[in-house]
Design a protein around this ligand. Structure first.
Ligand SMILES: [Mn+2]
Length: 362
């Protein structure tokens, strides 16, 4: 299957309510009421550092490109510096600082600091000015309009490809509620998370998901693991072309790849050994980053190679995204660790340590 064909069909089909692409083109009917944007529902994502910000930006742009009628919200942590750029794509940029949040969050955070990023993600339940939301990880990419997800109820999600009796928490439908938020925090402090992250916590909290209601099982095309062809390639051949959301699970994140703007393709090495479709998705992500996200950064500071704030975008014939290496003033850093004052939300956050490990291991 070819993404290009799908994208072209999507373009032709726009504005017809997502009907079948096979039908002949219809002229807009002046008697059909065009519904106003839904302001009480939102897509929500989370960026905990400047690299994930690039993911959030591309995700936001992909939702806009597919004409979502819902609001776009991004939760960020205090160390994120790309605020201005995010606010050009998202309707709301909300900073979550657990250190000065309400008592019970603060308490939960202090009791289980290792859950820092998880507790930040749970903050999405406090967005009570929306009646329903869809959470999307910053390492997902939207390929079609997915507004129909708002027909689903909390907690709807797709099976995890590694353990299908658990849902994958990269894409889920939820209903903001302070009560649910507090129950989730209570659950986190009492039971922790069996995988150390939000997915384990959410699965043990919404523990009847595998059996209670099949309507809460989202089709896999709403959270397609980009390298799932590994495990069941005939199914990928059969159904992959209807993918609506692709999820770059694991260590082959698009932003770890090197991209050649001349050929419009990522280098094979960085792309890992996934199926050809995986590379197609990575190329699509990069095209959006190059053509949509990078131009959003002010040109004043954009001497050729200068990239998004806090990042280095390097190379003439190929482009890659790297964190500006900020060497810690080692003495002070070590002292902080020894005194138990780790920067759990920032550079010592598990996700950051994991990223560093991934970079060394892959
Ligand atoms: Mn993810």
């Amino acid at each position: 299957w070819r993404l290009g064909t799908e994208a072209a069909r999507e373009r032709r089909g726009r504005g017809r309510g997502g009907g079948s692409g096979a039908r002949p083109r219809q002229e807009p009917n002046p008697h059909v009421l065009v519904l106003p944007p839904v302001t009480t529902q939102a897509f929500v994502t989370l960026a905990t550092n400047d690299i994930y910000c690039q993911g959030a930006l591309v995700l936001g742009l992909s939702l806009r490109n597919h004409k979502t009628t819902r609001k776009l919200v991004v939760l960020i942590t205090p160390q994120v510096s790309s605020l201005d750029v995010l606010s050009r794509v998202f309707d709301e940029v909300i900073e979550v600082n657990l250190m000065d949040s309400e008592d019970y969050i603060h308490l939960a955070f202090l009791k289980r600091p290792e859950l820092g990023v998880t507790l930040t993600k749970l903050h999405c339940w406090t967005l009570t000015h929306y009646s329903k939301c869809v959470f999307l990880d910053a390492d997902t990419l939207v390929l079609h309009n997915i507004d129909e997800l708002f027909d689903r109820e909390e907690l709807s999600a797709a099976p995890d490809p590694g353990w299908p009796d658990c849902f994958n928490s990269g894409v889920f439908v939820f209903q903001p509620s302070l009560e649910t938020h507090q129950l989730l925090l209570q659950h986190a402090t009492e039971h922790g998370s069996f995988d150390g992250a939000d997915q384990g916590l959410l699965n043990s909290f919404f523990s009847d998901w595998p059996t209670a209601d099949i309507h809460k099982h989202l089709p896999f095309i709403y959270n397609l693991t980009s390298n799932a062809a590994y495990t069941y390639s005939p199914a990928f051949q059969q159904f992959g072309s209807s993918a609506k959301v692709v999820h770059f699970l694991g260590s082959t994140k698009p932003w770890n790849c090197t991209y050649d703007p001349q050929t419009g393709s990522v280098s094979e090495q960085g792309a890992g050994s996934g199926p050809p479709q995986h590379v197609t998705f990575l190329n699509l992500w990069w095209r959006l980053f190059q053509e949509g996200a990078r131009p959003l950064y002010p040109t004043a500071c954009a001497q050729e190679r200068q990239g998004p704030a806090g990042l280095r975008v390097s190379g003439r014939s190929s482009v890659s995204i790297q964190e500006k290496l900020q060497e810690p003033s080692s003495e002070e850093e070590r002292k902080k660790w020894e005194e138990g004052r780790m920067d759990y939300m920032g550079k010592d956050a598990f996700a950051r340590i994991q990223e560093k490990l991934d970079r060394f291991l892959h």
